[in-house]
Design a binder for this molecule. Structure first.
Ligand code: XMP
Length: 576
């Protein structure tokens, strides 16, 4: 988030592992040390090369970053008497700090800490405080080292952007010269370098990332040297294959062919319910299908490499930056980072033209290349497709009464701190009219209720929650077809009503919960986001919601329609 925010301000930025040696940061105009869930006193907590702090490069520590700087420079960090989580107010103590230039002396900020700086290192002065944290910001203007206990990168810190701007432009002296659309020529050069005379074989999905990456390869190498294949995995949405065929035909790219491989994907998913395992199976299956197709077409002769539409957050969330996979916690494994692909990467057989870009930047690049808005403005759709929206359960369970609602023993993925959670869902009985308020409370509710990571509300159901059961259920043709139908209805209504334009993504999830003969339910998950890294659950117009739920409930196998009220964090956008 910090890196993306910096780029949004027009400054190039990259994420590095915390222990990166100073020698590798020589070209940096500034260094930002991020927050994190550890305490500097833990044995295994991440540290940094202390030489960075002596290198004369302006440095800003955020949250844990401020504590780490303090510890390394001889100050004192201790556990606070109480934690400080959420909204807080910052009082400035000085008027002449460059970091807070142009700000009033009382600010709304976002805090998330328990440890705090008890005594700043020698040479530092305290810039600001809150009622709980006396050292909410510190600086050593001579060494140009700064620390803030709060999070300037999140929207809740109202002047956060201004603070980051001050650091970038007033302190680091950066130029506002980052624009992804200007990088096309450089990316094309990188593609030619990596290809080194070989051709590129590309799996396109019809999504923004793979289409832009594929188009970049085409423009860098020419259509003779680029071959695109769209694999129908059986995990696609209704009408998707036809859309892809038409789109690429419309673009004049007869280099894309469609391969039907439904059984190759569905057979190994039989009896599998664990999300990470599903992802691994699908990723490995992609590699197998790719090897088969390459062999069938005589492409396995060393003159071809594989192209992928991987973007920057995929790499970060799969457990690390480009350089080091060991540092960041694995939030989830993206299908383009499974072992088979890692092996190809080690052999230099992969080209990922967009691996350094965020989604909004990919769209800018696509626009600059003249790709149609119809393609570029599509909502993101995950590589593993409907498999991660079709939840499974190994056993049958009752839905049970829970402190503030009902505990649904369907496990969904969430992200709490920098780690991944896998927990049941809290369901509340009726969809309240004051949904907006509930969405804010949902995070609170998740934090309060140990063992759950999401809250969903019932919009319409054949039977009340007390009569629902979770059934033993896996991915089957029938359930996928059910999900496709429900998703088709939702997409059509969302498109026709214009609600589509109010959301960044609108996953529709099938959960194996029902009553009587109807053994599945549908969850609506409209969200707003800028980059997919964080997201807000969006309130839908009541009339549209009722009409949508009624249409979905016309499908006899569907027992109910629910609405996910959870922001990310603590939920993820997808349910797995
Ligand atoms: P989460 O669920 O992690 O999703 O909040 C963030 C964004 O990433 C998309 N997503 C994926 N995209 N392969 C992809 O290409 C994947 O394995 C994958 N998993 C999640 C998700 O749809 C959302 O836009």
């Amino acid at each position: 988030m910090i890196a993306r925010k910096v780029r949004e301000l027009g400054v190039s930025s990259a994420v590095f592992p915390s222990e990166t040696p100073v020698a590798e940061l020589r070209h940096a105009r500034g260094v930002i040390i991020s927050g994190g869930p550890s305490s500097v006193y833990d044995q295994s907590s991440p540290s940094m090369d202390p030489a960075v702090l002596a290198a004369g490069v302006p440095t800003l520590g955020i949250c844990y970053g401020q504590q780490l700087i303090t510890q390394l420079l001889g100050g004192e960090v201790r556990k606070g008497d109480k934690g400080e989580f959420g909204l807080a107010f910052l009082d400035l103590k000085v008027t002449d700090s460059l970091l807070f230039a142009g700000l009033t002396d009382h600010q709304k900020i976002w805090m998330s800490h328990r440890d705090l700086v008890a005594a700043p290192p020698a040479g530092f002065r305290v810039l600001a405080s809150t009622t709980i944290c006396a050292t909410a910001a510190i600086e050593d203007a001579v060494r140009r080292i700064y620390g803030v206990q709060f999070h300037p990168e999140v929207v809740h810190t109202t002047e956060g952007t201004k603070i980051l701007e001050n650091f970038l432009f007033r302190i680091c002296g950066c130029d506002k010269d980052w624009n992804p659309a200007n990088r096309i020529a450089q990316v094309e050069d990188q593609i030619r370098d990596r290809a080194a005379g070989r051709n590129v074989f590309f799996f396109v999905s019809g999504g923004v990332d793979s289409t832009v990456a594929f188009s970049l390869c085409l423009s860098a190498l020419g259509s003779e040297r680029v071959c695109g294949v769209y694999v129908d995995t059986g995990l696609m949405r209704e009408g998707e294959t036809e859309f892809v065929e038409e789109t690429f035909a419309g673009l004049g790219h007869d280099v894309v062919t469609v391969i039907h491989a439904e059984e190759e994907f569905l057979a190994p998913l039989e009896g599998v319910y664990e999300p990470e395992l599903k992802r691994h199976i699908i990723g490995e299956q992609f590699v197998k299908v790719q090897e088969r197709i390459m062999a069938e077409r005589g492409l396995a002769d060393g003159t071809w490499i594989l192209g992928q539409g991987t973007i920057y957050p995929d790499t970060i969330e799969s457990g690390g930056s480009n350089r080091d996979q060991s540092k960041a916690a694995t939030i989830k494994t993206h299908h383009n980072r499974v072992p088979g692909i890692q092996k190809l990467m080690e052999q230099g057989l992969i080209v990922e033209p967009l691996a350094d870009f965020y989604k909004d930047e990919v769209r800018k690049i696509g626009r600059e290349m003249g790709l149609s808005g119809l393609l570029l403005d599509r909502h993101p759709f995950p590589g593993p497709g409907l498999a991660i929206r079709c939840l499974c359960s190994a056993e049958e369970h009752a839905v049970t009464r829970f402190s503030e609602g009902w505990l649904v023993p369907v496990h969904s993925v969430g992200v709490q701190g920098d780690s991944r959670s896998y927990a049941p869902v809290l369901a509340i009985d009726a969809f309240p009219s004051a949904a907006a308020k509930l969405q804010d409370e949902a995070t609170e509710l998740v934090n309060r209720s140990t063992g759950v990571n999401r809250v969903m509300a019932c919009v319409a159901a054949r039977e009340p929650l007390s009569h629902q059961r979770v059934f033993s259920s896996y991915i089957t043709h029938g359930r996928l077809e059910l999900l496709r139908r429900a998703d088709g209805i939702v997409r059509q209504m969302s498109h026709e009503s214009g609600f589509d334009n109010c959301v960044w993504q609108f996953p529709v999830i099938l959960i194996p919960m029902g009553s009587g003969e109807s053994r599945d339910s549908v969850v609506l998950r409209p969200i707003f986001s800028v980059d997919g890294m964080t997201a807000d659950s969006v309130t839908m117009p009541d009339e549209l919601l009722r009409a949508m739920a009624a249409r979905v409930l016309e499908i006899p196998e569907i027992a109910g329609v629910y609405y996910d009220l959870t922001h990310k964090p603590p939920g993820t956008i997808e349910w797995e």
